[in-house]
Write a protein that binds this ligand. Structure first.
Ligand SMILES: Cc1cc2nc3c(=O)[nH]c(=O)nc-3n(C[C@H](O)[C@H](O)[C@H](O)COP(=O)(O)OP(=O)(O)OC[C@H]3O[C@@H](n4cnc5c(N)ncnc54)[C@H](O)[C@@H]3O)c2cc1C
Length: 464
C-alpha cells in the first residue's frame, strides 16, 4: 500500500512529505534524536483525524501525536517510520464560562495564549509548566504537566473535566463533562491525563478555570546549605502555609541566571528560595511577614520581600528560563542538559536533597539542582557529553541513583515530565521496588484495549 498516496487523499495539503519540512519533527526538547517520520499530518478537522487514525490502524502505520514538542523525555519524537500527527491547527478557544468555571479548548492552543485570553474574564488556567510559551493544552494534558503554580493548584489532572478523544480505530469518544463533580463509572478522563499519546488523540478539552489571584507578593531567601532550604520549606508547609509558588535554585543555576539575565545574588549563597504568597489586598503584607519569619528560623544569609510587579515578573521569567539559561552555557557542541525529575513528600526533602548532592559528588558530574520544592519536586540538570561514553555511563548511574532516592523516600521517579523514552527503565524499577509489577501488567492490558494493534506512540512509556 502506498501510505503517502492514501494519506494525501484524506489530508490534501495538510500532509507534509518534504524531507526538509519533516526534519524539525525528529526532535523534541529532550536530548534524543528520533527517526525521520514517514510524513507529518497537520489535520484541521476531527473528521480528518478520525480518517487518518482509521487508515493507520487498518494498515499498521505507527503514529505519534505532537503538540508544542517541548517534552523533555523523548515522548513526542517519531521512532521508526511513524506518521507524526501535529495538532497545530486545532488552536481555537471555543467557549469560556466563568459562571460555571470551565472553558472548552482545542488541544493545539498554547498555554500562555489560553491564559492571555482568560485574563479578560478575570480568570486563569492554573497549570503552568515553565515551557508555557510553547507547550500546548493537549501536550500538557498528555504529560500531566505540573509547573510553578502546582504548589497551590496541583498538576494538570486537577484541571481537566472532560476530553474528546479519537481512538486508534477512528471512533470518537467523549469522557467527563462540564460539571465540577461527577461520579459516573470509571474516570476515563483521569486515565487519559498523562497517557503520553498512547491511548488516542485528544481533539478537545473541557478544562476548569479559576478566578485570578487578588494580590500576591514574593519572598526571596538565600541560604548556605541545601538542607536549610529543605527544612525551611518543610516547616513552612507544616505551619499550614501554601505558597502560590515555591521554587529553589542552586549556585550553578543562580550563576547561570546572572550570566544570561543579569540577576544578582549574594556571593555566599549556595541556594535560594523564591516564595510567592497569594492573598487579599488587606492581608498580603501580614502573610508575607509571617512566612518570612518562618524562613528566618533556618539562618538565611538574607531575605527580602517584594510586591513590585515588574521585579516579580523579571524573576518569574528568569526562573521559567532557567533550563534554557543552563543550555546556553554548554561548553561543547556534544554537551546536552539531561534533566532528572523526582518527587518526594515535603518532609523528606532535607534528606533527599542532601543525598542528591552526595550523588553529584560521587559521580563527579556538573549538575544544577532546581525545582518546584513545595511539591517535593527536584530537577537534576546534568551536563552530559553524549560523545563521551564513560561520561554517559556516569550520567546513567547518577539518574538511576537519583531515582532510587525518590523511591526510598516514598516518592516517584517522574513528578511531571512523564516517562517517554528516557524513564522507561526507571518506571519499571519503581514498580518492581514497590512490589507493583502487576500494576505494570494492568497498564499494558489497558493500553491493549485502546490500541490493540500497538500503533500509538510505540516504544514509549513501556514496551507493549
Ligand atoms: C524549558 C522547558 C521547561 C519545562 N518546564 C516544565 C515544568 O515546569 N513542568 C512540567 O510539567 N513540564 C515542563 N516541561 C516539559 C514539557 O514542556 C511539558 O511536559 C509540556 O506540557 C509538553 O507540552 P507540549 O505541547 O510541548 O507536548 P509535546 O512535547 O508535543 O507532547 C508531549 C506528549 O503528549 C503527547 N501529545 C501531544 N498532544 C497530544 C494530543 N492532542 N493527544 C494525545 N497526545 C498528545 C505526545 O505524543 C507526547 O507523548 C518543560 C519543558 C521545557 C523545554
Amino acid at each position: 500500500m502506498d501510505h503517502i498516496r492514501e494519506l494525501s487523499r484524506i489530508l490534501g495539503s495538510n500532509l507534509i512529505t518534504e524531507r526538509e519540512q519533516k526534519i524539525p519533527y525528529m526532535t523534541d526538547a529532550s536530548y534524543y534524536e528520533g527517526d525521520l517520520p514517514m510524513a507529518v499530518a497537520i489535520p484541521d478537522t476531527v473528521d480528518q483525524v478520525s480518517a487518518v487514525m482509521k487508515y493507520c490502524q487498518g494498515n499498521s502505520v505507527p503514529v505519534v501525536a505532537r503538540g508544542g514538542g517541548t517534552a523533555l523525555t523523548g515522548s513526542s519524537i517519531p521512532m521508526e517510520d511513524m506518521l507524526v500527527i501535529s495538532l497545530a491547527k486545532f488552536d481555537r478557544i471555543l467557549e469560556v464560562h466563568p459562571e460555571d468555571r470551565y472553558a472548552i479548548v482545542e488541544p493545539g492552543v498554547k498555554l500562555d495564549n489560553l491564559n492571555q485570553h482568560l485574563q479578560k474574564y478575570g480568570f486563569f488556567y492554573p497549570p503552568d509548566p515553565a515551557s508555557s510559551i510553547a507547550a500546548t493544552v493537549g501536550g500538557s494534558i498528555s504529560t500531566n504537566a505540573g509547573g510553578l503554580r502546582a504548589s497551590m493548584y496541583g498538576t494538570t489532572k486537577n484541571w481537566v473535566l472532560g476530553l474528546e478523544l479519537v481512538l486508534p480505530d477512528g471512533n470518537k469518544i467523549n469522557t467527563g463533562g462540564k460539571v465540577l463533580k461527577r461520579t459516573a463509572g470509571y474516570d476515563l478522563t483521569s486515565l487519559l491525563v498523562g497517557a503520553e499519546g498512547t491511548l488516542g488523540i485528544i481533539t478537545k478539552a473541557i478544562v476548569k478555570i479559576w478566578p485570578l489571584v487578588e494580590s500576591k507578593g514574593r519572598i526571596l531567601a538565600y541560604y548556605d546549605s541545601i538542607e536549610k532550604v529543605g527544612s525551611a520549606i518543610s516547616d513552612l508547609k507544616g505551619k499550614g502555609i501554601t505558597p502560590l509558588i515555591a521554587e529553589f535554585l542552586d549556585r550553578i543555576t543562580m550563576h547561570s541566571l546572572s550570566q544570561t539575565r543579569g540577576l544578582e545574588f549574594p556571593e555566599t549563597a549556595s541556594h535560594m528560595l523564591i516564595i510567592d504568597i497569594a492573598s487579599t489586598r488587606e492581608s498580603i503584607g501580614r502573610e508575607l511577614k509571617d512566612a518570612e519569619e518562618i524562613l528566618k528560623k533556618f539562618n538565611p544569609i538574607s531575605t527580602e520581600i517584594t510586591t513590585d510587579k515588574e521585579e516579580m515578573d523579571r524573576i518569574y521569567e528568569a526562573r521559567k528560563g532557567a533550563y534554557s539559561s543552563l543550555l546556553s552555557e554548554r561548553s561543547t557542541m556534544s554537551e546536552r542538559v539531561v534533566i532528572g525529575d523526582i518527587v518526594v513528600p515535603a518532609s523528606e526533602l532535607p534528606q533527599a536533597l542532601k543525598e542528591s548532592e552526595e550523588k553529584v559528588q560521587k559521580y563527579n558530574l556538573t549538575v544544577a539542582l532546581f525545582g518546584h520544592i513545595s511539591d517535593g519536586n527536584i530537577h537534576a540538570n546534568i551536563y552530559a557529553d553524549i560523545a563521551d561514553q564513560d561520561h554517559m555511563k556516569r550520567v546513567e548511574s547518577f539518574q538511576h541513583d537519583f531515582a532510587m532516592i525518590a523511591i526510598m523516600h516514598g516518592g516517584s521517579v517522574s513528578a511531571e515530565h512523564g516517562i517517554g523514552l528516557e524513564k522507561k527503565e526507571l518506571l519499571k524499577m519503581e514498580m518492581d521496588e514497590t512490589n507493583n509489577a502487576y500494576v505494570m501488567e494492568i497498564m499494558k492490558s489497558i493500553r491493549k484495549i485502546f490500541d490493540p494493534n500497538g500503533i500509538m506512540n510505540r516504544g514509549k512509556m513501556f514496551d507493549q
